[in-house]
Design a protein around this ligand. Structure first.
Ligand SMILES: CC(C)(C)[C@H](NC(=O)Nc1cc(F)cc(F)c1)C(=O)N(CC(=O)NO)CC1CCCC1
Ligand SMILES: [Zn+2]
Length: 179
């Protein structure tokens, strides 16, 4: 099972590389990896398991974060309308997005980042994602708000992008100006 020791932390080169697409239908090995990623998220949100194994509660995970340079992501969370998003995706791709942006009020964190990085992370408010699920189904997901933010954060990991790369520099100036 995946635990926090398997999660690669910032500074490890794999987090700055572009992950490779996987062949479909997926190999048994790639299916197992993606299933383990999804299970980690579920475990991390189960109070007993999370405490027993000291897991940080995660809503999304990308394969490079466990040192696997492949285009796999897993998500497990409920959105503002209490809709459950729980899935693994092979080769996820953002095929279109809104011009309009959104962001999490408190900024973002990352399972691979053991520090607080303040600042708003601009994300597209709506995105359309294509990918292949664990049971081999090609899906097209139309996402908005929190689900869109999670998928953008995870797909960024497949392209070696960390959330703080997107924090506009001017925010510091604003803080300086306000002091
Ligand atoms: C790094 C961590 C803080 C654990 C983060 N969790 C998170 O943001 N939970 C959350 C946020 C809410 F807005 C409401 C709520 F109910 C729970 C997370 O799992 N990730 C996943 C990750 O690091 N993937 O690589 C970071 C999130 C930042 C934005 C989307 C994913
Ligand atoms: Zn992350």
């Amino acid at each position: 099972m995946i635990t926090m020791k398997d999660i690669v932390r910032e500074g490890h080169p794999v987090l700055r590389e572009v992950a490779e697409a996987v062949e479909l239908p997926p190999t048994e090995e790639n299916k197992e990896t993606l299933e383990e990623m999804l299970q980690f998220l579920k475990n991390s949100q189960d109070p007993e398991t999370a405490e027993a194994y000291d897991l940080r509660s995660g809503v999304g995970l990308a394969a490079p974060q466990i040192g696997v340079k492949k285009r796999l992501i897993a998500v497990h969370f409920t959105d503002e309308r209490d809709e459950l998003y729980s899935m693994g995706l092979f080769n996820p791709k953002i095929i279109s997005h809104s011009v309009e942006e959104t962001h999490l009020e408190d900024g973002e964190g990352c399972l691979s980042v053991d520090r607080e990085v303040t600042g708003i992370v601009p994300r597209y408010k709506r995105i359309t994602v294509e990918g292949t699920t664990l049971d081999g189904e090609n899906v097209t997901l139309r996402l908005r708000n929190f689900p869109a933010i999670v998928f953008q954060h995870e797909i960024d990991h497949l392209n070696g992008i960390m959330f703080y790369d997107r924090i506009p520099d001017f925010q510091d100036d604003l803080k300086r100006d306000l002091q």
